[in-house]
Design a protein around this ligand. Sequence first.
Ligand code: NCD
Length: 329
Amino acid sequence: MPRSKKSAAPNWTRKHLLGLEDMTAQEILTVLDRADAYLPCVTQARPCPPTLKDRTVLNLFCEDSTRTRTSFTFAAERLGARVFQFHAATSSLNKKESLIDTARNIEAMGLDAIVIRHQERGAPHRLAEAVACSVLNAGDNAHEHPTQALLDMLTIRRRLGRLDGLTLALVGDVRHSRVARSNFFGFSKFASRVICVGPPVFLQALDVKAETATDLGAVLPECDAVMMLRVQFERHESVQFNVDEYIRGYQLTPARLARARPGAIVLHPGPVNRGVELTNEVADGPQSVILFQTTCGVAVRMACLELCIGALDRERRSRTAQARRDRRG
Ligand code: NCD
């Protein structure tokens, strides 16, 4: 287990975690190694070092969430931080206060980090420009969900032993999935193959240069890991989509899964539409790592909060030192 803040990745310079697109493989490994060390705190309830004692984290969720909000809360609390839960539906956002004004007012009360989920692409990035504390993206529209991809990567590394030399299928509603995009960016830094699989309607208008396939049965024999994506019904205004056809072509059933490589694992970020993306037998079967993903999520978020707030501390210290020098002339 990481013992003190001193041992926390001295080369880590990011105070914000906004996406995996511009992160390096080394930065990803830094998060995963640190999360790995925290995993026993989560799985065996081992005591954690209170490296975020007296820190305050704001969970600013403007979209529904179960796993991500809970996971960030547990992660921050395990490291000793206080977490304030912001609920958009009962906030002054309803009185037309802007997101930035809301965040800056709460920051003025004393904040170290804001975890934000927002329906607008780029909202976390705009927030990061406007506040001095750390900002962690917990999902912005269909753009990025970096901590989800990092927890998926930790799950895969724990279960398959590596991040290189694998074939991973991202199956289903790739077009509307921020989870798929962040995983694509994450795995593209390693020597693994990522195949986006789904009906043409979900492969159209992809803004990433990914390998695509429409025949799940043909792709499965090559797969070490199969990540089923939730069908994003709420983002389908302009999409012609028939759920029965989708089930016939893409639902992961025991028979289909039997075609994947021996030992292949099945992931899903949740929430699962049981009977749509996968059957109960697969969701609850021996190859499913869905619950382990949520366990890894807490460890990953502990690592991310600690690394980002560590970088924020270094920035604050150097600002204070500079201000002192300026005063002395
Ligand atoms: C995902 C999300 O919200 O993007 N869920 C999650 O964070 N665990 C996936 C989804 O809703 O499809």
